[in-house]
Write a protein that binds this ligand. Structure first.
Ligand SMILES: [Zn+2]
Length: 150
């Protein structure tokens, strides 16, 4: 889904909400099977010339525990925030560059939210996935069963 930001950049309107859905096919390289689509709730607003995009992604995925290798399903939600800038805004970009590179340029005042959210979700996934805080890992019984000592 592509959102049009012209009225926001021009400050014709000060903000609006939108919703979108992402499917497994929107997330190439996402290694976890999804249960249904990812629900995306977005809000874009302008305040004193700064345009901010807030995204919330909610989904249920089948994960694999890094410690005990069990498969389990988990509902996850992530919140993301981005500053959006017009490509034409060279001065602003230069100024902004001085203290952050965490902004997103929007050619033709448009933004592909599906792609951005997909990247956010990929980056937002924890590097270590555990089935539970108290996961004790692979039990010794099952570990030794799987090893051949002949
Ligand atoms: Zn585990």
């Amino acid at each position: 889904m592509t959102i049009d930001l012209r009225n926001i950049f021009e400050q014709v309107i000060l903000g609006y909400d939108f919703e979108d859905k992402l499917h497994q096919s929107d997330l190439p390289g996402f290694p976890y099977p999804l249960y249904g689509p990812i629900k995306l709730y977005g809000h874009v607003s302008t305040n004193a010339g700064i345009v901010t995009l807030r995204l919330r992604a909610e989904f249920k995925a089948q994960l694999v525990c890094d410690r005990c290798l069990a498969q389990f399903e988990r509902e996850m939600s992530f919140d993301f925030e981005h500053t959006l800038v017009r490509v034409s805004d060279e001065d602003y970009l230069e100024e902004y560059d001085n203290y952050s590179d965490d902004y997103i340029q929007c050619p033709d005042d448009k933004l592909d939210v599906t792609q951005l959210a997909g990247e956010d979700i990929m980056l937002g996934m924890p590097t270590k996935i555990l089935c539970g805080e108290d996961c004790e890992g692979i039990s010794y019984d099952s570990f030794f069963e799987s090893v051949n000592y002949d």
